[in-house]
Design a protein around this ligand. Structure first.
Ligand SMILES: C[S@@+](CC[C@H](N)C(=O)[O-])C[C@H]1O[C@@H](n2cnc3c(N)ncnc32)[C@H](O)[C@@H]1O
Length: 216
């Protein structure tokens, strides 16, 4: 029997880890904790919103969709969001959650602004029209125990491991000529393979490195 199973619960598709007592992972954009995050100024006060300079009608690509929370938050601010996810299992969870959100009275409008693509963003990005913003939030290795991820993200990290090729993805995003590329990363991490950002926004646990550039 394999360790991980995709199962259908009464509410939606979920990923269970047979080696852990942890609750299976199910994406729910209507969950109270997430609704609270959306309500807090519609996410406008979120550092990600500031780093992305989010505004209605902006075309944004989220290259590392994962549980879809960052992308959904940006869509709630009026951005037209394309999410890209390379894990077919995670993409199925996300597709299922987006489908449910589309028939939820309070989430439908936001969910309609999201398109989900499955595949590796390093290959897909160069084939898409250049957006206004690209966001990248890879799985970085936890350097210290204190910086370890929690909750649902912990199950996701066990399942997927770390994204060792993140520097190539960031460079691919910069090479598209997109005027704003935002990289979310642990507060004190560094990577010699990445160019220095134009500026950074620092939170309590994460940091947003912003690359402002564009054609020329
Ligand atoms: C840390 S999670 C992202 C969490 C997400 N920001 C959220 O709010 O839920 C990273 C995700 O990016 C995906 N990923 C990493 N590199 C990718 C790539 N090159 N193309 C597409 N997806 C990628 C991983 O499979 C994983 O699901």
């Amino acid at each position: 029997m394999s360790r991980y199973r995709l199962e259908r619960s009464a509410t939606g598709l979920r990923l269970a880890d047979g080696f852990s007592r942890q609750h299976p992972l199910e994406i729910d954009f209507g969950a109270p904790s997430f609704a609270h995050r959306l309500e807090r100024g519609g996410g406008r006060r979120e550092q990600l919103a500031r780093a992305a300079s989010a505004r209605p009608g902006q075309r944004l690509i989220d290259c590392t969709a994962g549980l879809g929370r960052d992308g959904f938050l940006m869509a709630s601010l009026g951005c037209e969001v394309t999410m890209i996810e390379r894990s077919t299992v995670v993409a199925q969870l996300l597709f299922d959650a987006l489908l449910r959100a589309k028939s939820h009275p309070e989430l439908a409008e936001t969910a309609q602004r999201i398109t989900l693509l499955t595949g590796d963003a390093r290959c897909i990005l160069p084939a898409l029209p250049v957006p206004d913003v690209i966001i990248v939030d890879p799985m970085f290795p936890a350097r210290r125990k204190r910086a370890m991820v929690k909750g649902e993200m912990q199950l996701l990290q066990r399942f997927l491991g770390t994204d060792e090729d993140a520097a190539v993805l960031v460079q691919t995003a910069i090479n598209t000529g997109c005027p704003r590329v935002v990289l979310k990363r642990p507060l004190h991490s560094g990577d010699d393979r990445l160019p220095p950002p134009s500026y950074s926004l620092r939170g309590t646990a994460v940091r947003y490195d912003v690359y402002v550039g564009g054609p020329g």
